[in-house]
Design a protein around this ligand. Structure first.
Ligand code: E4P
Length: 220
């Protein structure tokens, strides 16, 4: 399972990339607004820090302008993945960009039918938003299970399921159990994945006992 980090905060990305566990980055217009940075500049920086796919979303809603924006974004760095919304124009743009060799992440997916269309349009990734479904009392993880089951029936579909709108570590674990290809997690959730109180407690006990031995591994 690949781990992407869902943020446009370059300090967070640098910090988490140091773990060697970040395979890519996803951004969206809200995350860019939160960063307070110029979109193209922050994207160029992110692409230098993380060599994997970095999703950058178009802001237009019509096909022609989406295509212009997509090319502008794609020229920022080789590892840019253009993000388009799951609309008719978005999927039309996805198909055209894919044919031209640009990687595309189709975002704002909320149904299996939409995911099938994204796969048929040749998307590199489709992003089902599970947290936003959970927020309205619809089981987001059931959507991931449905999409993964459908894609497995059609080996010709190369689109990867990118689990988005992740709220907590359990979302990550459940997505992994289903076999989703990628999960994009907010920095806070990625940090939470490392933590377990019994790890902290166990380590403290080991260190206390080690101290009693009076030895040093590097001291001999
Ligand atoms: C994915 O690419 C989106 O940026 C993101 O996961 C949206 O999550 P949210 O529902 O927490 O805004």
């Amino acid at each position: 399972m690949k781990f992407f980090v869902d943020t446009a905060d370059i300090a967070e990305i640098r910090d988490l990339a140091e773990t060697g566990l970040v395979d890519g980055v996803t951004t969206n217009p809200s995350l860019v607004a939160k960063s307070g940075r110029k979109f193209t500049e922050v994207l160029a920086e992110i692409c230098e820090v993380v060599p994997g796919p970095v999703s950058a979303e178009v802001a237009a809603t019509d096909f022609a302008t989406m295509m212009k924006e997509a090319w502008r974004l794609a020229r920022i760095a080789d590892n840019i993945t253009v993000k388009v919304p799951l609309t008719r124009d978005g999927l039309k743009a996805c198909r055209a960009l894919t044919k031209d060799g640009i990687k595309v992440n189709v975002t704002l997916c909320f149904s299996p039918a939409q995911a099938i269309l994204a796969a048929k349009a040749g998307a590199t990734f489709v992003s089902p938003f599970i947290g936003r479904l959970d927020d309205v009392s619809i089981d987001g993880m059931a959507l991931i299970a449905d999409i993964c089951a459908i894609f497995r029936r059609y080996p010709a579909f190369t689109t990867e399921v990118l689990v988005a709108s992740v709220r907590h570590p359990r979302h990550v674990v459940e997505a992994a159990k289903i076999g989703a290809h990628v999960v994009t997690v907010p920095p806070k959730v990625l940090r939470q994945l490392f933590d377990h109180p019994l790890t902290d407690k166990g380590l403290a006990a080991f260190l206390a006992d080690w101290k009693k031995t009076g030895q040093s591994i590097l001291g001999d």
